[in-house]
Design a protein. Structure first.
Length: 330
């Protein structure tokens, strides 16, 4: 069985029932989530051994977060306990022409206050096949950025493949330029995932937006040439409304100079959170399973389309369910 390690911050999500506005009624539903945790949970449902590394407070909220991860089948042995609080984010889902709204309350979280020496990456990555990181973690503080760098360096030394989802969050980079932080982390990664806007903002690589084959190939080639990435997946989400999204992606490979493009899924949205994370998880799973690159891309986009129909951050679908969807819609 393949083994994937992910590293990042887990948070508590609070959302109103249905399509209500925040605090419209005195009820909030609780979920746990976070980019790399979402990837870990998705991988576990695909049957991959999924190890999640983070820092959680040693209190009842941290205990509940730990239990939620274990309930999804995620291995939590590498989680460090410490700090005072779990970061929180509020999600107002929106409906039709009313857009989704997110409010973060994560300053001073247990994860953001971590010290890099708390993690023994040689031990955590020993025997692993893959390490997954995102551009969110380096934005949370110098300690977080250093821990991510050490994880990536250890993975490369050990021969573990590395994927990075840019996950651009402008609110985390106010008055800071992400390029000097993110470019060194991305350098030489095996798989880079992002949308053209994130590529421009976080890596300073053109030629910019657009989803024609020529533009996607040019952007991907530039990333490979400048940063030495092995594969580049560029995602495209068209928000028709809060209730309907279109989703597609491309995958470029340095070896063979190939470019695959997925079909375009148009989905009635139940919960948009975690769509990109589910794409990463499904693509990692498919590549580890030895699927041909075009088939791996189609699997990943179908899995992320399915996630849009599932409440919460985690994508609770199996590989068989994704394949069945692809067979029905071919």
């Amino acid at each position: 069985m393949s083994r994937v390690v992910t590293f990042g911050e887990l948070m508590l999500r609070l959302s109103p029932p249905g399509q209500e506005r925040l605090f419209q009624s005195p009820q909030l539903r609780t979920f746990f989530g976070g980019s790399e945790a979402n990837v870990a949970a998705s991988l576990a449902h695909f049957g991959v051994r999924s190890d999640y590394v983070t820092r959680l407070p040693a209190n009842p909220v941290g205990d509940a977060a730990l239990a939620a991860l274990r309930a999804e089948g995620v291995n939590t042995d590498g989680i460090v306990r410490g700090g005072d609080r779990l970061g929180i984010y509020f999600v107002e889902p929106g409906a039709d022409i009313r857009a989704l709204k997110v409010v973060y309350d994560r300053a001073g979280s247990a994860f953001s206050a971590l010290h890099p020496d708390e993690f023994d990456w040689d031990a955590l990555l020993g025997g692993a096949d893959w390490l997954h990181l995102s551009g969110i973690t380096p934005a949370l503080g110098e300690g977080c950025a250093e821990a991510a760098r050490q994880a990536a360096d250890a993975a490369r030394t050990l021969g573990v493949k590395v994927s990075i989802d840019l996950n651009y969050r402008p609110a985390l980079w106010i008055n800071r330029d992400p390029v000097p932080v993110i470019r060194p982390l991305v350098q030489g990664c095996d798989l880079l995932v992002g949308n053209p806007g994130a590529v421009d903002a976080m890596l300073g690589v053109g030629p910019g937006g657009g989803d024609t084959a020529d533009t996607l190939r040019a952007t991907s080639r530039a990333l490979v040439r400048e940063l030495g990435c092995g594969m580049v997946a560029l995602t495209s989400r068209t928000v028709i409304s809060a209730s309907e999204h279109a989703w597609s992606a491309s995958l470029y490979g340095r070896i063979g100079d190939y470019l695959a493009q997925s079909r375009r899924w148009q989905v009635r949205v139940t919960d948009r959170v975690g769509g990109g994370d589910s794409f990463c998880a499904a693509l990692i799973h498919a590549l580890l399973a030895g699927r041909e690159h075009g088939d791996a891309l189609q699997f990943a986009t179908a899995a992320s389309a399915l996630k849009l129909t599932i409440p919460g951050d985690f994508n609770r679908v199996t590989a068989d369910e994704v394949d069945a969807l692809l067979q029905r819609t071919t």
